[in-house]
Write a protein that binds this ligand. Structure first.
Ligand SMILES: NC(=O)c1ccc[n+]([C@@H]2O[C@H](COP(=O)([O-])OP(=O)(O)OC[C@H]3O[C@@H](n4cnc5c(N)ncnc54)[C@H](O)[C@@H]3O)[C@@H](O)[C@H]2O)c1
Ligand SMILES: [Zn+2]
Ligand SMILES: [Zn+2]
Length: 383
């Protein structure tokens, strides 16, 4: 089959790989009809995530058709078209039972923090992902959810990650009616977090990035304010100033390890890899939230160490909430929101790229070329 193949930092290509097989009675094999490239893939692409092995296929955002099931599968049937959450979760452990599907204790033998994730290095279990024609899906009765009749596949594929993560970013912010919410990052996740912040009752939503076309996009898509940090002396002072010097009630980090904006962070986090990514946005978040406020971090940082402004967290009495999104927990509500027209995820898709051109898609998305917000890869069988 055709599959994306990681060859080392900034080098990916399309290759022939063996088709996946059922390895466990609870597996299913899915024929991919859409898969996306995510900001999280850029951390892998740039070599920022430990134990990202040459030969791996990335891709944790995909939908497709179930073509084979293991002997213990009871809910899924061959022929079902499914949304596959990016988290691989057993559904039975202590954490899954609490809805913490992103922190499953069984699906990732390499770690006790994050659960398994499709196509996300051996620190997330070493599973091959969906930027391919076929994928093996473990615990297939737990995560995969049948796509409701009539739902546009472009909406469905964004329910695997972008919509739940943006929504959970706002949810973890504990937004109260009238709150001012600041979001660092105007990628797909920041854009969706901005849109969802209104659903929780925000009174003012401000997005900060440096890429003008993304600022323009989020202004229109999420009806919010959007500003370029490169035009500010200091983004923290900017936020303070626009909130009567109090700071924002809630700040969301939707940037993670690839953050720009601070030379020392970039050198130590992205060039020398002395810390697990650049923590610039996390610093700005902690420093621009008001005392007693909440910082919600969905931007991803690799294991294990980061320079983090702990003193300010303590002295300001902050609440920090952070996690991988729990896709399966949120899906029923978010499917409703899409079907009722409250959320329109497919508007984020700017690029529809044949799977064979995966290397170009990574380049365009990574370099923010051609006004790219979200690229979707389409395998030959789905065209
Ligand atoms: N927690 C989860 O479950 C989860 C799920 C999906 C993605 N993520 C993470 O969310 C983050 C965003 O994902 P995405 O797909 O939107 O990525 P993206 O790369 O498309 O967007 C990131 C944006 O941040 C901007 N940026 C860089 N430095 C900044 C700074 N200092 N301040 C403000 N903006 C800055 C970039 O210009 C870019 O537009 C990534 O870290 C990704 O790994 C987390
Ligand atoms: Zn993703
Ligand atoms: Zn579990």
């Amino acid at each position: 089959m055709l599959a994306m193949n990681y060859r080392g930092p900034q080098r990916v290509r399309i290759d022939e790989k063996p088709e996946p097989k059922i390895l466990h009675p609870q597996d299913a094999i899915v024929r991919v009809t859409r898969s996306c490239i995510c900001g999280s893939d850029l951390h892998l692409y740039n070599g920022n995530v430990p134990d990202t092995r040459v030969g791996m296929t990335f891709g944790h955002e995909f939908i497709g058709e179930v073509i084979e099931i293991g002997s213990e599968i009871q809910k899924l049937k061959v022929g079902d078209m499914v949304i596959v959450p990016f988290n691989i979760a057993c559904g039975k452990c202590h954490f899954c039972k609490q809805g913490l599907f992103g922190n499953c204790h069984e699906s990732n033998s390499q770690a006790t923090a994050v659960g398994g994730i499709f196509g996300y290095s051996h620190t997330a279990g070493g599973y091959d992902g969906g930027q391919a024609e076929y994928v093996r899906v473990p615990y297939a009765d737990v995560g995969p959810t049948v796509i409701p009749p009539g739902m546009d596949p472009d909406d469905a594929v964004l329910l695997t990650d972008v919509v739940p993560t943006g929504y959970q970013a706002a949810e973890m912010g504990g937004i109260q009616k009238g709150d001012t919410v600041v979001i660092f990052g105007a990628g797909p996740i920041g854009i969706m977090a901005a849109r969802c912040s209104w659903l929780f009752g925000a009174g003012r939503v401000i997005v900060i990035d440096k890429v003008e076309y993304r600022l323009e996009f989020v202004r229109n898509y999420a009806s919010c304010e959007a500003y370029n940090y490169e035009e500010m002396d200091d983004p923290v002072v900017f936020v303070k100033k626009t909130t009567d010097w109090m700071g924002a009630d809630v700040v969301i980090d939707a940037v993670g390890a690839e953050a720009t904006g601070n030379v020392m962070q970039t050198i130590t986090g992205r060039k020398l890899l002395l810390q697990a990514g650049s923590a610039t946005a996390a610093h700005w978040a902690v420093n621009s939230v008001k005392k007693g406020g909440i910082v919600s971090i969905v931007g991803i940082y690799g294991p294990t160490d980061n320079l983090f402004p702990l003193g300010n967290v303590v002295n300001k009495g902050l609440t920090i909430r952070a996690n991988q999104a729990s896709v399966k927990r949120l899906l029923p509500r978010l499917i409703d929101h899409v079907q009722n027209g409250i959320l329109n995820p497919k508007a984020l898709i700017t690029h529809r790229v044949p799977l064979e051109d995966v290397a170009d898609a990574y380049h365009i998305f990574s370099e923010k070329l051609d006004n790219c917000i979200k690229p979707v890869l389409i395998p030959p069988s789905a065209r």
